[in-house]
Design a protein around this ligand. Structure first.
Ligand SMILES: [Mg+2]
Length: 382
């Protein structure tokens, strides 16, 4: 770490401005190792936006956002257009060191579009960190931890495949698993929960229905999987079914998590009042890492558990940002989903590694990863 650069920092008023000379919104399609089947979509390649911000001195910062038609409504074309046509023209020629002011003016200029805002803020912070020698986390919050325990998602067509994958991933060091439910017949999903519990007697397990269950099915699932000791069941009902959430939460001791239902800081309070036990925070839903850090504080005040997640699947660019966030929030007791593990190929030179069951916060400046520009070009959607 460059100590002098760290002291100079971004807040020194006499620091030379870091003028943004170019912003690129690059659509990429990143192939997954295996298709991921969820209640409303099956993903074989991640259709993401990569943002590249170049300063006048040639330094480059990177950001990323996954398209998420069934979650944020962001399509890949929409993400590209939001950055290229609306956000980029507002920041070219501006001083990236004023990223907080820029971030606020961008949100005033373009409502919604959480993924686009998140990718731009990420790239600005990466750029500023690289120039000042600071890690991204040091620009946004006081670090609270140095590493996180990632979870592995299980969503195979058969029970046997889920059990085999759970064993294999546990050998690699994963020690927290999430079952993707709301896809198969309910009885089969209940059987899978018990089979995976039997295979991994002491490992924390949870389930995520991605809005795929009715209230009656959700009640049956939580009741009949009690012996599988699920840590929580995420988004069993439709994203806006607050009345259903109230009824379900009242009927069970199993904590109910909310993911698709969180699109703003205000939604966190709504979910808590309806009986949710915790929430999943994603950068694309909240519009960037500053808002997500704030969300983490709100969850702490409301006594909610927190899962930090990237969307299926984001490269090590977004995974690094999620990692900085997970190390910055008061708690991430419901685990961290870093989804670059699901990609057949990453777009950074050294994908974030799993070591002893943990992923460590990189100590390099900015996001702490090195983007492989040739890989970005190889996966660019033309
Ligand atoms: Mg989820």
């Amino acid at each position: 770490m460059n100590v002098l650069a760290r002291i100079a920092g971004p807040h020194r008023t006499d620091a030379a401005p870091l003028i943004i000379r170019r912003v690129d919104a690059i659509p990429v399609a990143l192939p997954l190792k295996a298709p991921m089947k969820m209640a409303a979509e099956t993903i074989t390649a991640a259709q993401n936006l990569v943002v590249r911000i170049e300063a006048a001195d040639g330094t480059v910062g990177w950001g990323e956002a996954a398209s998420a038609p069934t979650m944020t409504g962001d399509t890949q074309g929409g993400l590209v257009a939001a950055v290229r046509d609306h956000l980029a023209p507002l920041i070219v020629g501006q001083d990236a060191r004023a990223w907080e002011t820029l971030r606020k003016s961008l949100h005033r200029a373009l409502a919604g579009n959480g993924g686009a805002h998140s990718a731009v803020e990420m790239a600005l912070l990466d750029l500023v960190g690289r120039v000042t020698g600071q890690r991204l986390i040091d620009l946004i919050a006081k670090p609270r931890r140095k590493a996180v325990k990632p979870m592995w998602l299980l969503g195979n067509p058969t029970i046997e495949a889920d059990v085999a994958e759970a064993h294999a991933k546990q050998k690699q060091g994963f020690d927290l698993f999430k079952l993707k439910i709301g896809v198969k017949p309910l009885a089969k999903e209940i059987t899978i929960a018990h089979a995976v519990r039997e295979a991994l007697p002491d490992t924390p397990l949870c389930a995520d229905a991605n809005c795929g269950l009715t209230l009656a099915a959700a009640k049956t699932y939580v009741e009949k999987t009690r012996k599988a000791r699920l840590m929580f069941v995420e988004q069993p009902l439709a994203h806006d079914d607050i009345e259903g959430l109230k009824k379900l939460a009242k009927s069970t001791k199993v904590p109910i998590g909310i993911d698709e239902g969180i699109h703003s800081l205000a939604d966190i309070g709504v979910s808590a009042r309806a009986g949710a036990g915790g929430v999943s925070l994603k950068l694309i839903k909240l519009g960037g890492i500053s808002a997500a850090v704030e969300a983490g504080k709100i969850c702490q005040r409301l006594g909610l558990s927190v899962n930090i997640a990237a969307k299926i699947a984001e490269s090590s660019i977004s995974s690094a940002a999620a990692l900085h966030l997970a190390c910055a929030v008061p708690k991430a007791d419901w685990g961290v989903s870093l989804t670059h593990f699901y990609l057949a190929e990453d777009i950074v030179k050294r994908p974030l590694p799993l070591a002893n069951g943990m992923v460590a916060l990189p100590d390099g400046p900015g996001l702490g990863i090195d983007v492989d520009e040739r890989a970005v070009e190889r996966f660019r959607v033309r």
